[in-house]
Design a protein around this ligand. Structure first.
Ligand code: ADE
Length: 276
């Protein structure tokens, strides 16, 4: 592997692939069970991976083999001279729909060496119609052995593929992206950083935003006075109890004013009732 990239990465950039010839990397029978946490990404734009995931902590972890990336070029499964992958929508209308037979072959290929159990290996389609991705979902994905992600383009995926493979639809927010690649990278980032060894400090994922159901309190550093703006006195008092109390109050205030939805969920928990 080069830089932690495995599988079809090299053949993706090879324009000399014959119409019927599967690249050597695509016909491997090596099981993925024993290896590192692996993300298989079905996409028409494999060159957009690892993208931002190649930088910083996720990039270092990729190079160190703490996780693996296997972009799968959907175009390789396309048909005809132009390797077509899409067709016009049944019933008419704008745009194009990814063909179920083409996507079906790509999914079969991706799942061949992956565990069937979706708890161990979720099969996800990135779509604005999906269930909203959140920290709890990141923890569930991180607890698996790996994941297969389908990135759509155009008007989307034929519904029969979603139904047939019981694909989990996941959204990263109420807006429409051009394709699933950016959403996949966002989800992978949130997931991979929860894996052991990826972050330097093992306890740091437990205290952050959302882990307790609250937004994170504000942070300050030196200088103590910047352009007349002072660091709150309590933070330089050395009183750890007071600091913790202040941070809790700030986190609650931010959550209540910015995210009433999170605040309702937080206050509904019996263990948080006392601070109501
Ligand atoms: N693809 C296009 N828009 C998306 C979104 N908001 N979330 C996930 N995948 C998408």
């Amino acid at each position: 592997t080069r830089g932690g990239l495995v599988g079809s990465e090299m053949c993706i950039r090879d324009r000399n692939i014959g119409a019927t010839l599967a690249p050597r990397e695509l016909i491997t029978d090596r099981p993925d069970l024993a290896g590192a946490w692996t993300a298989k990404i079905i996409t028409l734009f494999p060159e957009t991976f690892p993208g931002v995931l190649g930088a910083s902590l996720t990039g270092k972890a990729l190079q160190d083999g703490l996780w693996k990336l296997e972009p799968i070029d959907l175009r390789l499964f396309g048909e005809g001279k132009h390797r077509n992958v899409d067709d016009t929508p049944a019933g008419g209308g704008a745009g194009m729909v990814l063909r179920p037979d083409i996507m079906g072959r790509a999914i079969q290929f991706a799942q061949k060496n992956a565990p069937q159990d979706r708890t161990r290996w979720p099969l996800v389609y990135l779509s604005p119609r999906g269930k909203p991705f959140d920290q709890q979902t990141a923890r569930r994905f991180a607890a698996a052995d790996g994941i297969t992600m389908i990135c759509g383009r155009f008007e989307g995926l034929d519904q029969r593929v979603i139904d047939h493979y019981d694909i989990e639809e996941v959204s990263i927010g109420d807006y429409v992206l051009t394709g699933g690649e950016i959403a996949a990278q966002a989800i992978l980032d949130a997931t991979i950083r929860l894996r052991a060894g990826v972050l330097g400090n093992a306890t740091s994922t437990e205290e952050e935003s959302f882990s307790e159901g609250l937004l994170e309190h504000p942070q300050y550093t030196r200088p103590a006075d910047w352009e007349g703006h002072k660091v709150p006195d309590v933070l330089t008092s050395g009183d750890h109890g007071k600091v913790a109390e202040w941070r809790q109050k700030e986190a609650e205030h931010l959550t209540r004013t910015r995210r009433p939805d999170l605040w309702r969920a937080y206050t509904a928990k019996p263990e948080n009732n006392s601070t109501d």
